[in-house]
Design a protein around this ligand. Structure first.
Ligand code: ADP
Ligand code: ZN
Length: 731
């Protein structure tokens, strides 16, 4: 009789696995890592075989029901990472393996479909001028060889029949992906590196040749040529017959990046992103696993790409919050990257114009990262001029519009000169904070320095420590009476824009207007090539967008991010403002940026105005040190949610007591246990949310305490779900 040890994808104790009997019919169908269906407390759940061994107890043993996938995209290397993630993020092994392997696929048909390339003697496309669609498809096939039929059709914006015609005519042919028949740009065609780039590349090449794990922070302003450095490092990696994984925050937002990678590495590039169908994803992963595709470009989960011989991991815009997964397992791709690199002796490059505070701190002398700085833009173009508008003065002068007079004047100039503008509105804070419009002060917790959130009962509460106070009628700082919660939507901005400038053409980009697949890119294309003069949008527009005609960027209110009830609010503000400012003046004319705020003296706004990362870093570090926030401490958030608030609170109190005892037993007393307090958003979809926060100096110790209580809790709470977030991005 054969027995398999299975990690199931249900909430269980961290390293708990279960034994099942392998029925006769499934013998030979199962391997280590096979994805199976098994009975589990009256239900059928998925799990992964992690080995074959004798069960400790033969009494209640059940049969494996069926094999879903004999060989998912997992390997020994990923399994070691998975075990590490269980300890690091206090999540179950089953959940981690599920996340790594992705969803199973029924059909593998598309993996056999071959890529297409232009037949060499038809490279001269001029003969086809009378069939513009065919010509277009050929041009695209020439620029990006190795695309499959549907990909090529979609990319060229033509129907499948156009591609079929070209195949029938013999102008296109099928090629084996990665067969090496295509031409890559020879070295002479590559741009000559600037002195700074050359130095960066040589350091990285050296590190790659040493084949030891190392991590590099590449800090360079937008346009300083970071991507070119990535491309050279990848070249070196491929030369050594190793593979590279490149993470970008959201691949659908970065078509220009994909383009550059395809142009350099052709069909050796595999793309992994959420818009792929299951079949397409499977096909890409098969190319990666077999070693056909050697450069993996994708969003967060591409960090689990099943590459056979990893040599390099690049994380572009490493400060982006999207690298942290909000569901279980709540991992951060940067931390997983460092772990995979340590295991596979790979090099990690973290690139950003505004590195995360934690990252820059690790790149200080003596830290675990090495720092490379690119100080100037490749084309020597100047960074845009940034103006700060004090909204308190606007109010005093009687202007109650969302647009300050300076912004109105700047917009009018652009409209008259037929130049384009972007109006940026940060995503509306999810929590409601209270601000005095006269002095700009926001109501904060006296203990945590975190914005207090307004609850429906008229109380202001701190969702870190639970402090509460009645919302004041007048401002406690200036006695002003215009004290209120705020937040305007993109629609409001659009309406007001049209009122101020009747007849002006406006496009709006936000969650409402970009729900359909591809609509994001369509809107951008329309703005780039169409008549519209103004684009209004949320942070979606802040990323990677490169529109030369834009000469003005207006930030409607810097305060929304600045007053988020979160210890990273200042950092987020600096990053967003810097990024948004980078959108102005990418063409011939120098750009202008106008930032509107009630808090013009705040260091995150002033340093963003001066493009001064280091200035920001040092000020922010001083604040973090004074209040013992990361990187000076490590946090764990334990979130309790349920339909009955009483149940939720008592679960949180049960945990609180156990945490106190565990701290007493396991660590020294300097670890703080904050709360229980209502979460920043106290109720979502009828579920009440309360939280506890652990704060300590040693990550391992904080995790040890949480893990101990998790173990005691087991499946104790039926009506309340408990979710643990190690190193949360926002609280
Ligand atoms: P970043 O990633 O730092 O924003 P990029 O690598 O995208 O910068 O470079 C910005 C622009 O400069 C791109 O259009 C790129 O093709 C070009 N570029 C990069 N390096 C060089 C170089 N050494 N010489 C000429 N152009 C370059
Ligand atoms: Zn507090």
């Amino acid at each position: 009789m054969q027995y398999a040890e299975v990690a199931v994808s249900v909430p269980v104790r961290l390293n708990q696995t279960f034994h099942y009997r392998v029925p006769e019919a499934l013998k030979g169908e199962l391997k280590v890592f096979s994805r199976v269906e098994v009975p589990f407390s009256g239900r059928t759940v998925q799990g992964f075989v992690i080995g074959f061994s004798q069960p400790p107890d033969l009494q209640k043993i059940k049969d494996i029901k069926r094999v879903i996938e004999k060989e998912p995209f997992l390997n020994e290397d990923l399994y070691v990472t998975a075990r590490w993630m269980v300890r690091r993020y206090l999540c179950s092994l089953g959940d981690v393996l599920q996340c790594m392997a992705g969803s199973p696929v029924g059909s593998t048909r598309s993996s056999q479909e071959k890529g297409l390339a232009v037949v060499e003697n038809h490279l001269d496309l001029t003969g086809l001028v009378r069939a513009p669609k065919q010509k277009l498809a050929l041009e695209v096939a020439l620029a990006s060889p190795g695309l499959r039929k549907t990909e090529l059709a979609e990319k060229a914006g033509v129907s499948l029949s156009v591609i079929n015609t070209l195949l029938a005519k013999g102008l296109l042919k099928e090629v084996d992906a990665g067969s090496g028949t295509e031409n890559y740009p020879s070295l002479e065609e590559l741009p000559t590196l600037t002195a700074e780039q050359r130095l960066a590349v040589s350091k990285l090449q050296q590190a790659l040749r040493e084949a030891k794990p190392s991590a590099w922070l590449l800090h360079g302003v937008t346009g300083s040529g970071k991507t070119e450095v990535y491309l050279r490092a990848i070249e070196e990696t491929l030369k050594m017959n190793r593979q590279a994984i490149v993470l970008v925050p959201e691949i659908s937002l970065t078509p220009q990046m994909v383009e550059r990678f395809r142009a350099r590495f052709g069909s050796r590039v595999a793309l992994l992103h959420s818009a792929l169908s299951q079949g397409e994803r499977y096909a890409e992963k098969a190319r990666i696993q077999s070693g056909q595709a050697t450069v993996v470009l994708g969003a967060r989960s591409a960090i689990f790409a099943p590459v056979p011989n990893l040599g390099l991991i690049i994380i572009d815009e490493e400060h982006e919050h999207s690298y942290k997964q909000e569901e279980n397992p709540k991992y951060h791709a940067r931390e997983v990257a460092l772990q995979r690199a340590a295991q596979s002796k790979s090099v990690v490059i973290l690139g950003s114009a505004t590195p995360a505070i934690e990252s820059y701190c690790r790149a200080r002398p003596g830290g675990p990262y090495q720092l490379i700085t690119l100080t100037s833009r490749v084309d020597q173009r100047e960074l845009p001029k940034v103006h700060i508008v004090d909204l308190r003065k606007e109010l005093a002068a009687g202007n109650t519009s969302i647009f300050s007079s300076a912004l109105q004047a700047a917009l009018a100039r652009r409209l008259a000169n037929h130049e384009k503008s972007i109006l940026f509105l940060n995503r509306r804070g999810l929590a409601t904070v209270v601000v005095c419009r006269q002095c700009g002060q926001v109501m904060k917790c006296p203990r945590c320095e975190i914005s207090l959130t307004l609850h429906s009962d008229g109380w202001l509460k701190c969702h870190y420590c639970g402090y509460g106070a009645r919302a004041p009628g007048v401002c406690p700082h200036c006695a002003g009476k215009t004290i209120r919660s705020f937040g305007v939507g993109t629609q409001r901005v659009e309406e007001e824009m049209k009122k101020l400038f009747p007849g002006c053409r406006v496009l709006r980009m936000d969650a409402d207007t970009t729900t359909r697949k591809g609509s994001h890119q369509k809107l951008l294309d329309e703005f780039m090539h169409g008549e519209a003069q103004v684009l209004i949008g949320t942070q979606m527009i802040a990323k990677g967008l490169d529109i030369p005609q834009v000469t003005l960027v207006g930030v409607i209110s810097a305060d929304i991010t600045l007053h988020m009830p979160d210890f990273r609010a200042a950092e987020r503000t600096f990053q967003l403002l810097t990024q948004v400012a980078g959108r102005a003046g990418r063409g011939e004319k120098t750009g202008e940026v106008i930032i509107q705020t009630y808090d013009p003296g705040h260091f995150s706004i002033i340093t963003a105005q001066r493009h001064d990362y280091l200035g920001f870093y040092h000020k922010e570090m001083a604040v973090r040190r004074a209040l013992q926030y990361p990187p000076f401490s490590h946090l764990i958030r334990i979130l309790f949610t349920g339909l009955n608030e009483g149940d939720v609170i008592s679960a949180a109190q049960w945990w609180q007591e156990r945490l106190y005892s565990a701290r007493e037993e396991l660590v020294d007393q300097s670890m703080e246990i904050l709360g229980p307090a209502p979460a920043g958003i106290p109720r979502i979809k009828d579920r009440y949310r309360w939280q506890l926060i652990l704060k300590g100096f040693v990550s391992r110790e904080v995790r040890k305490v949480a893990a101990a209580v998790l173990e005691q809790a087991g499946t104790r709470f039926k009506q309340v779900s408990v979710s643990i977030d190690v190193d949360p991005m926002s609280l």
